[in-house]
Design a protein around this ligand. Structure first.
Ligand code: COA
Length: 161
C-alpha cells in the first residue's frame, strides 16, 4: 500500500533514459488506454536523446521510484509540453501542478517566451492547465486514436511567458 506524500516531500529532479522503465509504469497506469494519449517506450526512447528534450521526475523521498514525470522540448523561444503524468495513487495532491510549474520555470530560464501543449478535449487536465494560465489557441480534429479505434480531438493550449 502506498503512502501519499505531502507536497513538501516531493521534489522535481532531472531524469534520463535509465528511468524509462519507471516512467513507463506511470505512463501505463495514469493514461487511460481508451484515449490513445500515452506514448510507447520506443517513442520515449527515440525522443529523449534529441536536442532540447528534457525528462523531469517527481521524486518522493520515501520511495525509490518516481511518482510522476514530465517530458518537454524547448526549441528557440518556444517550449512544448509533450507529456505529463502522475501515478494514480498520487493524483490530486498537487504533484501535477508542481511538475507543470517546474516545466514553465525551467523553459523560461532557458529563454522561452511561449509554452504550448496538446491535450485531449475532455481530459480533466485541461482544468489544471487553465488554472496555470494556459488558454486554448486551436483544435486538432481526430488527433488521438484510442485502443477501440475511436478518434478524439486535441486542444492546443498556450501561455505567453
Ligand atoms: C493530469 C494529471 C497529471 C494531474 O496530476 P495531479 O497530480 O492529480 O494534479 P494536481 O493535484 O496538481 O491538480 C491540480 C488541479 O488540476 C485539476 N485536476 C486535476 N485532476 C483533475 C481531475 N481528475 N478532475 C478534475 N480536475 C482535476 C484540479 O483543479 C486540481 O486542483 P484541486 O485538486 O485543488 O482541485 C493526472 O491526472 C494524470 O496523470 N492524468 C493522466 C495523464 C494525463 O492525462 N496527462 C495530461 C495530458 S499529457
Amino acid at each position: 500500500m502506498s503512502t501519499v506524500p505531502s507536497d513538501e516531500a516531493v521534489r522535481v529532479v532531472p531524469g534520463r533514459s535509465t528511468d524509462l522503465p519507471a516512467v513507463m509504469t506511470i505512463m501505463t497506469t495514469a493514461f487511460e488506454p481508451g484515449f490513445g494519449e500515452g506514448w510507447t517506450r520506443s517513442q520515449c526512447a527515440g525522443i529523449l536523446p534529441m536536442t532540447g528534450v528534457s525528462l523531469m521526475l517527481a521524486q518522493d523521498h520515501s520511495r525509490l521510484a518516481p511518482v510522476g514525470f514530465s517530458l518537454f522540448r524547448t526549441v528557440a523561444w518556444e517550449a512544448e509540453l509533450l507529456l505529463l503524468a502522475v501515478a494514480p495513487d498520487y493524483q490530486r495532491h498537487g504533484i501535477g501542478r508542481l511538475l507543470l510549474d517546474q516545466f514553465v520555470e525551467c523553459t523560461r530560464a532557458a529563454g522561452a517566451n511561449r509554452v504550448h501543449l496538446e491535450v485531449r478535449d475532455g481530459n480533466p487536465a485541461v482544468q489544471m492547465y487553465r488554472q496555470a494560465g494556459f488558454t486554448p489557441v486551436g483544435r486538432r480534429s481526430n488527433y488521438y486514436r484510442g485502443s477501440d479505434g475511436r478518434q478524439h480531438d486535441a486542444l492546443t493550449l498556450a501561455r505567453e511567458l
